[in-house]
Each structure stands twice: as C-alpha cells, then as structure tokens.
Design a protein around this ligand. Sequence first.
Ligand SMILES: [Zn+2]
Length: 312
Amino acid sequence: MERNKGKTRKSIILVLILLTLSVCILSYLSYNKYIKYNNILKDNKELNTKISTLKKEYEEEEKIKSNLQEEENSLNNKEKEIVKLKEEVFSLASNLEEKITNNESNYKIAYITFDDGPYHSTDEVLDILDKYKVKATFFTIGLDKDICYDNNNYSCAETYKKEVDRGHTIANHTYTHAIFRGLYNSTTSFINDVKRQEKLIEERTGYKTNIVRFPGGSSTAGNLKNSITNELKNMGYGWVDWTANDGDGGYVPNTTVAWTNFTNSINENIEVVLFHDYSKITISILPKAIEYLQENNYIILPLFYNSIKVNK
Ligand SMILES: [Zn+2]
C-alpha cells in the first residue's frame, strides 16, 4: 500500500512538472509571437507613414508639374501673340514706307542698327532702347562671344536671346567677320560663314534670321557681290547696307565729332543708321540720337525682311 502511494505521488509530481514545463513553453512561445506581432505592427505603421509621405511628395510634384505646364502654355500663347503683333507692326511699317516713298506722309522712318555684337556693353544699349521704348536691329557675329572678348569675365552667350526677348530684330553679320582673313575668298567662304552664324543664332535664340549685312558693307565683296547676293536670295535672305552713321566703326575721337557725323548723315526720309554696340561714344550719344530722330518726325523701327531697305 505504502509503495503504491509513493508511486502515485511520484506520478502526480511528474505530471505537475510536465504541466508546469508545458505552461512555461507555451508562455514562452506566446510571448515570442506577441513580440513578433508587435514588431510587425510597428513596421507596418512606419511603412504607412512612409507611404503617406511619398504620396504627399508625389501630389506636390504633380501640382508643380501642372503649374509649370500652365505657365508654359501661357508663355507659348504670349510668344504667338508677340509673333502676330510683330507681323502686324511690320505690315503697317510696309504701308508707311510706301506712303513715305510716295510723299504721302509727314512721318519718316529710322532703322537703328548695331553691328559686330554682342559685347558686354550691349546690355547698356538694351537698357537705353527699353527706356525709350524703341526697337532696333542687331547684326550679330559669333566668334569669341563666349568670352565677349573685351571683357574676359563676361560671357555674351546669353545676350543673343536678350535681344530677341526684348523685341529687337536679330540679324546675321557672318560668324567670323574676317574681312581680311578669308571671308571674301569666294562665294562659298562667305555663305559658309553666314550659315555658321545662322546656326549659332538659332541655337541661342530659337529664331531663324533672314537679314544679312556684309562686314564692311556690300561693296567690300567686290566682284563676288552678285554671286553672293544671288546665293543669299536662294537661301531666303535679304541684305542691307546703311545710309547714316556716326563713324564709330572707324576712328571717332570724341562725342562731339560723333554727334556731328550723326546729325550730318541724317537727311533721307527712310534712314538705316549704323552703330556698333561696342562703341562707348555711341552709347553716350544714343539717348540724344533717339530724341533727335523722334523730334525730327522719325518713327524708329526694327528691320524686317519685307522692308524696302532690305535688298532681295
Ligand atoms: Zn561689322
């Protein structure tokens, strides 16, 4: 009896140990699961936060994109409006030229042109023109303009676009302007130089110009003039010389001489005035020159392909 009792007690203790062990193992397993579950919940929360941040950023980007698109559309519309306005102005200018030629108008026209630029001083010219709400024509070249060679710290690369954006006519004065270094060797050498400048203007401004001025004037082309002008015509270009100037392309000692040169040269009803945007002397008399032309009934306009002053 005593032995049986002992056995039963042992069995109960064993069962109790086993039970306790099972409870411990189960508790341990459950606890582990709980920890894992909690971690997953935490990860999930972080993921949700990240997703919502990302969503917000994406929505903001979409908003910026759509605003940019709207701005681009409105700019495109403005550009189209400007092109249309320019066409209207040029058509009116054509009519006025005809009336002036037939002595049917009291008004006269002055086409102010600037050669050989852009220079770092072109900004000053642009500001003066803006101040007087006057549009001009820039016969640009390309060589060395990345360093704007009278001021090595200043690049003129952006100036082409400024000229167009501010409503002026941009025109082609050849890329190299190398009058004594091969430009006038042959028709091909001249035309290639024109094409090179055409490409530069197009790259810098998105605009294709159709007016050329011969470096030194068309007479500098000598015997080649006819063949060059024919080729220019085939390419859709007109060309223009000038009828007035202040002598700033040569030697002008001071503003007094420049002013006298300028006023003495103004005597036709339709004038093409030659200036250079590198000339400090011209820049200093430019406001007075604009006022002088306006007081003498000249309407100052930018050149356009159909002008009678543009030879075709
Ligand atoms: Zn020139």
